[in-house]
Each structure stands twice: as C-alpha cells, then as structure tokens.
Design a protein around this ligand. Structure first.
Ligand code: PLP
Length: 404
C-alpha cells in the first residue's frame, strides 16, 4: 500500500473496503443558506503528529464528535452572539444545561441559592443529587433583594436567577439582586457567581450580561427550536475562565448533542425574533381579555400593571414571552379548573412552550413553593402558540362556560 494517501483504497481492494474508503472530500466552495449537518464520532487526522498536536478546547480543529462538529460550533457561535456573550456550550436539554452549571461550579460544602419560583427541576436537582453530594441549597424570594442578602453565607458559591419566574411569572429586579451578590463578594476568595435561566427572554427580551449576570443558560427546547421537536440547552458566558470550567466539566460528563438536532435549532434561529414578537402580541391580547372575564381573579403577565415586578420588567425587558397564568376566584373549585382545561380544544394539555401549538397546564402552586401563596392554589398556565388569536380567544370563551 506504499504511495497511497490515507483513505485511498488499494488496487484490487474488496467491495466492502471500496465502499468505506471512497475518495470523498468535504465540498469546498459550496455556499448556501442552510448550515450543513456534519455528523461524526470519529474525525480523521492526517498523521500522528497532527493527532498529538490538535487541541479540542479552542475550536481550531476537530478531534472527536463529542467535542463538536462544524454544525454544533456554528450553533454555539450564533447563540453566544444572540445572548451578547463570547462563549457557548451546548447540552442535551435545558435541564442538562442547568446541571452542567451546577456541576462545573459547585463543590462539596458549597451552597447554591435558588429563587422560589425557579423552574421546578432546578430545585429538585439541588434537593436530591446536589444534597447527596454535600452541596447545600437555600430558596430565596426573588422579589425581595433583602431576602437574598439574608440567605448568603460564607459557603454560598452560586445564585440562580430567573426572569420572569416559572409559572407565576413574577419579574424580579435582576440588577438589584446582582448588586446584593456583588456586595457580598467584596473580599471573598471564591466569588459568588450569578446564573440567569434566560429561557423566557430567549436572548430577545433580555440582555443578560448587561443586567450583570455571569452565566446565561437557556432551554433551546423552547423559542430557539420553536418546533416542539428538539430538546437542547445552552450555557453562554463572557468570561474565559468560566467558559473553560464549563467546557472541561462538559467534556468529562460526555454531554453531546446530535447534529440533526443542532441543525433543527439553526433552522429555527432566523425566525426567532419574529416568532417572539408575534407570540408576545397575541399573548398580551389574550391576557388582557382574560382579565375582564367573570370568575377570573388575577392574570399574571409582567406587562400587566398589577402583575408582580411590572416596573422592573418595563425597565429591563424588551418584550415578553408567550406565557400568562390565570388565578380564578377562591370559590372556583380545583375540579372546575380542571374541567375548564379539559374543555379547551385548541389549547392542548402539554408541557413546554414556544412551539406552534397553544398549551395549558393546571398547577398547584403551594405544592411547588417554599413561601406562602396568597391566592387560590390551582392556577392555569397558558402558552400561546402561532394560531390565529381570534380562534384562541373563542376557545377560551367556550371553555370558560365549563367553569360555571
Ligand atoms: C423548559 C425549561 C427548562 C428545561 O428545558 P428542557 O429542555 O425541557 O430540559 C429550564 N428552564 C426553564 C425556565 C424552562 O422553561
């Protein structure tokens, strides 16, 4: 086999060898709108020296599929740009991205602080796995910076933030919470880090790094995908050292994402700002309409003036996601609330959001929260899809009749 370049089949090679060692070269000079799906576990090296010298961390070359392909590197670059950061790491789900942040920065003996209205599984991960590894957690009231200040101890290492909060959609004063952490960091050897779950803002409504956070995590499952067909998460940073820590933990945990899934998210990104604005407008219209309906006690949506954190939302956000929640009058029984959800036709029962189909979920808030909840326990969280808004309003109107 002397004189052959690597990968070239020798004369007289068998059929199987010829099929595998075909003279394929990645196309050069092919230019089009979509990003190609580059799939690989193995990538080839031309010789041993190149194999030994190639560094996977700096994206100057390709080493192994788990460390990235042109498709995932492109998605990472675009997401870092979208969030106003410099680096991005992809994880196989939004929850895996949360876990990656926890595992990269927390050690046995540390404490993590989580807002009471955080995405539920974030709290569950802390209460189970992190607790079992000797990492403590405390729940704080995100609407009260003094409550965060009181929760900080010498062991605190990470503070999670979420704007707006999951399900009840209170909008916290993020700069005030970040200021509490910065004040506590004076003179600390290991500073407390802040991580924002930016799934609601999606890189469109919020500028996480301008709000002062260190880490912006997102469930790409929601808006960036937009199709209700992909599970993925991202962690974006500006700081090189934070990114390196995330990247090393990511590598050691073996967290990869499939190229087809990465390509599906890349396909969703160009329409992300348009979808965000269209769903925002429809959501505000339905939230306002819902406020005027009988038996409705409260509609939670940060753009409504009586919703908690409205002033902070007005100051810090440039839009709102497709979510609103409805609290009914106290005499509407939980069974009637469930009957209302069952009566909906276009709003389907299902988790997640920001896809084409409108969704609803009835939640029992006191079971999810450490702090008292002053309203009727069962509320309904709506996620508005891309249907015609008049049809969605008509669906809500017919289902409201099931309440009485
Ligand atoms: C959906 C969601 C997640 C988790 O995303 P998955 O991809 O479903 O794991 C995390 N945070 C928030 C705020 C979410 O809404």
């Amino acid at each position: 086999m002397e004189g052959l370049t690597p990968g070239e089949p020798p004369d007289g090679a068998g059929d199987a060898t010829r099929l595998i060692h075909h003279p394929y070269r990645a196309p050069d000079g092919f230019d089009a709108v979509p990003v190609a799906v580059h799939k690989a576990s193995t990538v080839f090296f031309p010789n041993v020296e190149a194999m030994r010298l190639r560094r996977w961390q700096d994206k100057s070359g390709y080493t192994y599929g788990l460390h990235g392909t042109p498709t995932t590197f492109t998605l990472e670059e675009r997401l870092a740009t979208l969030e106003g950061g410099r680096h991005c790491v992809l994880a196989p789900s939004g929850l895996a991205a949360i876990a990656l942040v926890d595992l990269a920065f927390l050690r046995s003996g540390d404490e993590v602080l989580i807002p009471d209205n955080a995405y539920g599984p974030n709290k569950a991960l802390a209460a189970h796995e992190l607790a079992a590894w000797g990492i403590g957690h405390r729940i704080y009231d995100p609407m009260d910076p003094a409550d965060l200040a009181a929760a900080i101890t010498p062991r605190t290492r990470l503070v999670w933030l979420e704007a707006a909060g999951s399900v009840t959609l209170e909008f916290p004063d993020v700069p005030a919470l970040v200021a509490v952490v910065r004040a506590a960091n004076a003179g600390r050897e290991r500073p407390i880090l802040t991580a924002l779950d930016d799934t609601w803002g999606a890189g469109v409504a919020l500028r996480p790094f301008e709000l002062g956070v260190d880490v912006a995590m997102q469930a790409l499952t929601k808006y960036p995908s937009g199709g209700a067909d992909v599970l993925m998460g991202s962690v974006v940073t500006r700081d090189d050292d934070l990114h390196d820590a995330l990247l090393m933990t990511h590598m050691r945990l073996g967290l990869g994402v499939g190229a087809n899934d990465a390509e599906a998210v890349l396909r969703g990104l160009p329409s992300l700002p348009l979808r965000y604005r269209a769903q925002d407008a429809a959501t505000r219209e339905l939230a306002r309409w819902m406020q005027a309906q009988p038996r409705v006690a409260r509609v939670l949506h940060p753009a409504l003036p009586d919703s908690p954190g409205h002033a902070a939302w007005q100051r810090d956000a440039r839009g709102a996601a497709c979510l609103f929640s409805v609290v009914f009058e106290p005499d509407v029984t939980p069974e009637r609330v469930d009957a209302f959800c069952d009566a909906l036709r276009l709003f389907r029962l299902g988790y997640s959001w920001a896809g084409p189909v409108s969704l609803c979920v009835p939640y029992d808030i006191p079971a999810m929260r450490a702090r008292p909840w002053p309203h009727a326990p069962r509320l309904v969280r709506f996620a508005v899809g891309l249907e015609d808004v008049e049809d969605l309003r008509a669906d809500l109107a017919q289902a409201l009749r099931a309440l009485t």
